[in-house]
Design a protein around this ligand. Sequence first.
Ligand SMILES: Cc1ncc(COP(=O)(O)O)c(C=O)c1O
Length: 396
Amino acid sequence: MSIWLSTLEAAKNDLAQSGMTRTLKIRESPNAATVNLNGQEKLAFCSNDYLGLSYHPELIAALHEGSKLYGTGSGASSLISGHTSIHAELEQRLAKTQSLHIPNAGASYISTGFMANIAVITALATLGNISIYSDALNHASIIDAIRLAKASSKAHCFVYPHADFDQLHQLLTRDSNPLKLIVSDGVFSMDGDIVDLPQLLAISKRFDALLYIDDAHGFGVLGAKGHGILEHFNIQANNLIYMGTLGKSAGIAGAFVVAQQEWIDWLIQKARAIIYSTAPPPNLAFALLKSIDLITGEVGTKRRSHLNTLIEYWTTHAKFTNWQTIPSQTAIQPLIIGSNLDVLKVSEQLSSANLWVPAIRPPTVPINTGRLRIALNALHEIDHLEILIRRLKEIQ
Ligand SMILES: Cc1ncc(COP(=O)(O)O)c(C=O)c1O
């Protein structure tokens, strides 16, 4: 055992020396503009609950009601006995959110977005030695899904520089493999930019490739009804597989995949992350139906509009001499500070002024691009943004 402990100690020291130690912070209140952290009130800019729904009274009531009607746990994997009528209803509703964009749309409701990416990409890879094209800034769960597809099904992977469609085009031109899959985040989780989906779709069609879009940060906030990136760009296509998550704007937990029903049927045959995992709790499915009502109804419309006002205010006023912003039209507004130690220091200085903005470091982002990831949400007010901008200007 001593060799294990000394190896662990050395690995931890390595992390500490490069400023890469991660620590869990314990929040003691629900998500809101102001939260309680270690007994102190902090103005928080660190939640993906972009519409501020995770403490909405109607969702709390729906979760209560769903628990009474369907119980708290599904009790088995979907294929054994865990798939209930409320799961099926939710899937139909989720499919409907994308049905203007994807013909013959079906849906699968999965426990998390991380699992959904693993499920889809590995299931597609079982069809042969497929080629996967992945944006360099895709989410860690896509990267891990591709690693698994390579190990389990001999998929080939080509990573193209972020949003560099010329490079992607060149790589595709050189590839004689008929089974091509292009994978991209819809909204990039650490940069906040929106993928140029019309262009990416055109490339995918030109090469007869499937296009898989992870819209974790777009569902709920993009599009007039909050249906996500396909609505935002008014896309219609039959070579698309769409994944949205339900723990961010939807304020609860889980994820879903929408694609032509044939693909959903294939997930049920081959996605091990679905087949060998307990189905999501049915009370969550019940509450998620209410969440979709809120997202697509008046509450969602008002909150998206307010969020867009905040985004515009931020992008107009948040200008700093020493730090670089990344152009972003979404609630994710990064501020590049540089080294790990520098970004940690700024985050700590903000914290001592009771502002909670997490420092994001490699490997989550490329080396020397340590950043503050300022996440806006509909519960913020312009005053809150002013406080943060003022403090950042004093620190810089
Ligand atoms: C782009 C992207 N995809 C997938 C996920 C994983 O989703 P989940 O948190 O539901 O596992 C995340 C989570 O942050 C994400 O940012």
